[in-house]
Ligand binder design. Structure first.
Ligand code: T1G
Length: 646
């Protein structure tokens, strides 16, 4: 049974026990629907408390059920039935009450909450809108001003705020169930005003401001504005009409590719830190991390560990470089405080958890050391030779290399079973992707430790076997080959950027190169040429040789005004690359997109076939969390797979 019924005097306590998040799957709804009838008819029962087992109330409807038509009783049916119950129902909320879970609580006549509970309607994250009354009942309980950010802008409410707004009738400081029962036992048979009372229209200016705000926060996703329209429909046409329109919109959005993509990523991101083959392996405790190198990557990696509460020692070769690294770290924490992401006190605490050392000796007590020095094999080899001598035999040693073969780096390292590649993406304290690149000798315990750390840091870890560029940069290299071929054949690079921006990328590949710096790719091309690989002279080579390395030199593919990152068409760049630009007919926008997404998927299939990636989903996670692939498209593998099935 997933619902248990206990009697506390005249109060019935119903407990939903459907791990892991008490999702309101069909069988749970059916049992609850029957229990409304039973409890209404029971003369011994004066009130009902509804609670969740485990760490939360209810995490929502069961997202896993969304690929098939809803089964009865639907959640709206159940909520209407509870709302019409003869006996008063009290939702006792702890942990999370999200989506359908909060809608279920809104259908109850009262709500009490434990301290620290979190309530929200995050459906728009899944490309849908609340589909069981949230867009209608919440505004009628707490007002439009407070409800719209929850419904359409992903805002969560904690217990205190919920009490302040009237979403919660009481906060229970002691044991929640006891407090809820005591609250319910005192309820008379009078009812609070129905959650479906009319709402007065705040006028066009309110809706214009709300639409502008919601559209901006939506970042190209369609559900947030649809959620706002559902709220407004109920204001304009009454609650009944609002409930109908909300349900129609929810059912329609559920079948869109955008929602399928977002739900696909929802499950993929949660499964990523817990690969099946490591679920029974105990990770090592990591209480102190050393980071070698205080440059952009090293300071970002140190910040990522500090943001996860792990103490860090930052090591540099000389004091001035160490000071610069510590100053960069301090800047990152206080910038987060200035943006309001953390308090000043938290910024100070994060910085207090960082110590610095000159040289590597100070890292001897670390449980994990991450190397983030210059991308040169000999430099890295030397660092690991010293770490192998100075660090504890059980310390995990990791390289942040983005290109070099970890087997080469660890060539002379004793006990290579503790060695692993942890490829962070810049800025390392922001980007979620972490490519985990095991050495052939890496132990499963060290691998499990890497995945556990990724989870602790809120990162999306993806295991990659060893090839040039691992998964992400290998696919980036393929994109570069394709885009260069398009330019040579006559498609303007600015048209390629525009096409991909309209597809959903934040910026096109050429704008991206200008931001990252063309000289990095140029260096890799020159290194490949030095290895005897055939890398034909390309437009990028001509630009770098002409000193156009991107934003940092005021121009690359585009021109940039001083201190401004806005790309402007460049006659100079066009003249430099003219000898290599073809006179062929430029591709149309959809052809550009098809060609480039097709190339990404083609390289992804090769990566899968070679066993470099474990799954197509992992490849999509790399693209989404490392290279800005639009979430609403799911990833190159998801997209091409759906097209093939269409
Ligand atoms: N349905 C099905 N599975 C879910 C789920 C859900 N709603 N929420 C989580 N899971 C799975 C998840 O995939 C993972 O599976 C496991 O539970 C633990 O998740 C009608 C239409 C509740 C804050 O969007 O935010 O209601 O990998 O690692 O860190 O209007 O889960 O172990 O196999 O995230 O403790 C709206 C989504 C749904 C909330 C718990 N609700 N969930 O966090 O665990 S749509 C949401 C979360 C809806 C109605 C609409 C979090 C959590 P596995 P986890 P956690």
């Amino acid at each position: 049974m997933t619902i248990t019924l206990d009697r506390h005097g005249s109060v019935a306590v119903l407990t939903i026990d459907n791990p892991p998040v008490n999702a309101l799957k069909t069988s749970v709804r059916a049992q609850l629907y029957q229990l409304v009838e039973v409890l209404d008819a029971d003369p011994e029962i004066s009130a009902v408390v509804l609670r969740g087992a485990g760490k939360l109330f209810v995490g929502g409807a069961d997202i896993g059920e969304f690929d098939r038509p809803p089964e009865t009783p639907t959640l709206p049916d159940l909520i209407l039935r509870v709302e019409a119950a003869v006996k008063p129902w009290v939702a006792a909320i702890h942990g999370h009450a999200l989506g359908g879970g909060l809608e279920m609580a809104l259908g109850c006549h009262y709500r009490v909450a434990a301290l620290g509970a979190v309530m929200g309607l995050p459906e728009v994250n899944l490309g849908i809108i609340p589909g069981a009354g949230g867009t209608q009942r919440l505004p009628r309980l707490i007002g439009l001003e407070a409800a719209i950010p929850v419904i359409a802008e992903r805002v969560m409410l904690d217990s205190d705020r919920a009490l302040q707004l009237g979403l919660v009738d009481r906060i229970i400081e002691g044991p929640l169930t006891e407090g809820a029962v005591a609250f319910a036992a005192r309820l008379s048979q009078t009812r609070p005003p129905a959650g479906t009372r009319p709402l007065s229209d705040p006028g066009p200016a309110f809706w214009e401001a709300a639409s502008a705000r919601v559209a901006k926060a939506a970042k190209g996703q369609s559900a947030p504005l649809a959620a706002l329209h559902a709220v407004r429909h109920g204001v304009d046409h009454g609650c009944e009409a609002g409930l109908r329109q909300e349900r129609e919109t929810f059912l329609a959005l559920k079948t869109t590719q955008e929602s399928a993509a977002l739900r696909y990523l929802f499950f993929a991101e949660r499964a990523a830190p817990r690969p099946a083959d490591l679920r029974d392996v105990t990770p090592r405790p990591i209480a102190l991390v050393g980071v070698v190198g205080g440059g952009t990557m090293g300071s970002g990696i140190a910040a990522a560990f500090r943001n996860a509460g792990v103490p860090v020692i930052l090591s540099e070769r000389e004091a001035p470089a160490l000071e610069r690294g510590l100053a960069t770290l301090r800047g990152l924490f206080y910038a987060a405080a200035r943006r309001g992401h953390i308090s000043e006190a938290e910024a100070a605490a994060r910085m207090a958890g960082v110590t610095g050392c000159v040289g590597l000796e100070g890292l001897s007590s670390c449980d994990l050391v991450v190397e983030a020095v210059f991308e040169d094999l000999n430099v890295k080899r030397k660092v690991f030779a010293d770490l192998g001598r100075l660090c504890r035999a059980d310390a995990v040693l990791a390289t942040n290399t983005s290109y070099i073969d970890p087997r080469q780096i660890a060539l002379n390292l004793p006990a290579p079973e503790r060695f692993i590649g942890l490829h962070f993406f810049s800025p390392a304290h922001v980007m979620k992707l972490l490519e985990v690149v095991p050495h052939p000798a890496t132990s499963s315990e060290v691998l499990a430790t890497a995945f556990q750390l990724a989870r602790q840091m809120g990162k999306v870890p993806v295991r990659s076997d060893i090839c040039e560029g691992f998964i992400g940069n290998r696919m980036l290299k393929r994109t570069r080959v394709e885009t260069e071929a398009l330019v040579r054949a006559g498609t303007p690079f600015a048209a390629i950027d525009a096409a991909l921006r309209r597809f959903g990328f934040a910026m096109g590949p050429f704008e991206m190169q200008d931001m990252a710096g063309l000289d990095i790719a140029y260096m890799n091309r020159e290194a490949a040429r030095a290895r005897g690989e055939s890398v034909p002279e390309g437009p990028l080579d001509l630009l770098v040789r002409a000193g156009r390395k991107g934003i940092k030199t005021g121009g690359g593919w585009y021109d940039y005004a001083q201190g401004d990152r806005t790309p402007h068409p460049s006659e100079a760049a066009a003249a430099i690359i003219a000898p290599l630009v073809g006179a062929g007919a430029p591709l149309a926008e959809d052809q550009i997109v098809d060609r480039l997404i097709g190339a990404l998927a083609d390289e992804g299939r090769a990566i899968l076939a070679e066993g470099i990636a474990s799954s197509a989903t992992d490849i999509d996670l790399v693209q989404i969390h490392g290279y800005g692939f639009p979430r609403t498209k799911g990833g190159p593998m998801f997209l091409t797979d759906r097209k093939a099935k269409a």
